[in-house]
Design a protein around this ligand. Sequence first.
Ligand SMILES: Nc1nc2c(c(=O)[nH]1)N[C@@H](CN(C=O)c1ccc(C(=O)N[C@@H](CCC(=O)O)C(=O)O)cc1)CN2
Length: 285
Amino acid sequence: MIIYGNELAASFKEKMKAEIETLKKENKRLPLLTVILVGNNPASQSYVRSKEKACLSIGMENKTIVLPEDISQQELENVVQQQNEDDTVDGILVQLPLPKHLNEQAVIDKISPLKDVDGLHPVNAGALLTNRSGFIPCTPKGVMAMLESIGLDDLSGMNAVVLGRSNLVGKPLALLLQNKNATVTIVHSKTKDIKTITSKADILVAAIGQPKMVKSDWVKDGAVVIDVGINRMENGKLCGDVDFDDVCDKVKAISPVPKGVGPMTVCMLLENTLESYHNKERKNG
Ligand SMILES: Nc1nc2c(c(=O)[nH]1)N[C@@H](CN(C=O)c1ccc(C(=O)N[C@@H](CCC(=O)O)C(=O)O)cc1)CN2
């Protein structure tokens, strides 16, 4: 079975679109997402465009703030602060990676946790760690929705292996899988004999940023494999961290690249922004 994230995302977006249409009919304020893009990294520019398009497709308001590559830490933090103080803004996302001279975590720390729809602020990361409500990072949230879409909700008795330990994907995903009762192992570039560990996984999520690293002998028969990697090959085509053609006959389910996790990441960003909007409206009575 192939798990197409783009199809799943389309069904989530239909529901959000209907919800926003109702808000419009009732002359209510609409949810607004601000995306901050620093510099001119072509991949980041393209991801920001896809976020703008996604907002537009469901009727969500969006604002993109493009800042120069050589902006100072203080200037960037001031822009974030302005968005924190703007009552019309529900969600703030700083597109990553930032240029090397900027301190990414310090910028994320400046985002109000109530508007941190990327789920990367320490308050939201802590909420996930302690199983409390908060914003969940978009890619891990998308991966969990993909697993749920094939009936994997309670993961009791299952071994899940996460390949990669980033703050953006690996670490939060391991917590989410654990919260669903999976027995979770994180493996990374410094792990010895990765293959022995991955080949025991009932669920294997690859998020290590190495093109086609996962081959069929890394994978258990009948496993579910989710590929988070997005790597551009020399011929310009995209590929994942999993060698799809080598692995697909061996597994129960696998997500492709493209049309897999990527579209779900953007979709979960819309969902988090809508959640932030509702939180704010509830608070304002
Ligand atoms: N602040 C953040 N920065 C980054 C995040 C993030 O979640 N928050 N994730 C990635 C990039 N990303 C979103 O920002 C992203 C990556 C890929 C896709 C996507 O839909 N990919 C398509 C293929 C697109 C193409 O053809 O190039 C797919 O996989 O089908 C969306 C969003 C890093 N930065």
